[in-house]
Design a protein around this ligand. Structure first.
Ligand code: SF4
Length: 371
């Protein structure tokens, strides 16, 4: 039994028609409950709920403070390689896009680590394109001998792996796994992922669960909004998070709803996801799963990020670079996508303090790492 079996039932639902059938009364009923059912979550993602965003925001803020306090964890992405064997129509690193590819050496990784540390960041998310050759387990373990000297927490966002491979990485000190399904609709998934191992929908869908089984401290999932109907995609991502959180009580489950950003290639998002849509997706998720972390990246604008801080977000990136070696040698290579909010870590910290939040630079320590 895995989430795929649940997905097989979900895909029978005529989502668009069902979302439009939701009434104001169903939305109001959902807003009176402390524990939401799946049907309540569905109602809060419907067009009818758009008139209740202020009520949802107030409740989402209360729930977030109740479970996470006035805190915001800060982290940075660290790109170590842009080699990728997959064709994903929406990504600059797609194997079809021709540009000089690069993988950092250990001394280059160390330079990046120093540059990030100077910004005061202690949590990093190590990213690479998906290539078992260029981002091999042995390469990642070697990198960890460097990163564990600088950071208290290192997560990965790389190609999906088997459970035993994740166990090896956990042993090396990696404590978090991020893997986005990108799009939950299986047909759309096949249209967008035309070549490479990523075409295996089921293997990717089961990846977060393998991370939980391997002992990852935190597992972050999500859908890339814009690839298909955002209401349906948010709904299934929320159910996936709920499935993992219920089954793996010791793992911190988080969700992100990144939206499409400009990238190399001609793919245009299938659906336009407005700021209001994104807000609704995040608020509904917070009310459905109050204990889930919600990550907000620099893909979003300064204005929107400022507004979203009190509405359920628990983790933010700041001053991100999405290119390999981008902190110590910026502008040398292809970035994965353009960021929107380029404020410094210091500016984000100041903003958080001004809103009454405590920026958290460290809430975890890799065992054996220097303090
Ligand atoms: S989304 Fe990931 S797998 Fe797809 S091309 Fe980009 S880096 Fe490669």
């Amino acid at each position: 039994m895995s989430f795929y079996h649940k997905y097989e039932k979900l895909k029978q639902i005529p989502f668009s028609a069902k979302f439009h059938e939701v009434t104001s009364m169903q939305v109001e009923s959902a807003l009176t409950k402390d524990m939401l059912t799946t049907a309540d979550y569905f109602a809060l993602l419907s067009p009818a709920a758009e008139s209740y965003l202020e009520d949802m925001a107030r409740l989402a803020h209360q729930k977030t403070v109740q479970h996470f306090g006035w805190t915001m964890q800060l982290f940075l992405p660290l790109y170590v390689s842009d080699y990728c064997v997959n064709t994903c129509k929406y990504c600059s690193f797609s194997v079809d896009n021709v540009f000089p590819r690069r993988r950092l050496t250990l001394s280059e990784v160390e330079k990046e680590a120093k540059a990030i540390t100077e910004m005061g960041i202690e949590h990093v998310l190590l990213l690479s394109g998906e290539s078992r050759i260029h981002s091999s387990i042995s390469y990642l373990k070697e990198i960890m001998t460097v990163l564990s000297k600088y950071f208290s927490s290192v997560g990965i966002e790389i190609q999906p792996l088997d459970t035993t491979e994740y166990e090896e990485l956990v042993e090396s000190g990696i404590d978090g796994l991020t893997v986005y399904q990108e799009v939950y609709d299986e047909e759309v998934y096949r249209e967008l992922h035309t070549k490479g191992p990523k075409r295996n929908y089921r293997y990717r869908l089961d990846t977060p669960e393998r991370g939980c089984k391997a002992g990852m401290r935190s597992v972050n999932i999500g859908a890339l909004l814009g690839l298909d109907d955002w209401r349906k995609e948010s709904f299934i991502a929320g159910l996936h998070a709920d499935y993992l959180q219920t089954k793996y009580l010791e793992t911190e489950i988080g969700v992100s709803f990144p939206r499409m950003r400009p990238h190399a290639g001609s793919y245009q998002p299938k659906t336009d996801v407005t700021d209001k849509n994104l807000v609704q997706a995040m608020l509904a998720l917070r009310l459905f799963i109050p204990r889930a972390g919600i990550t907000l990246s620099t893909r979003e604008s300064e204005f929107l990020r400022n507004q979203l801080i009190p509405l359920g977000v628990t983790k933010m990136s700041a001053a991100s670079s999405t290119e390999v070696g981008g902190y110590s040698e910026p502008d040398n290579t292809q970035s994965q996508f353009e960021i929107s909010d380029d404020r410094s870590v210091a500016a984000i910290r100041k903003l958080l303090y001004s809103k009454g939040y405590q920026p958290v630079m460290k809430d975890w320590q890799i065992i054996g790492a220097e303090d």
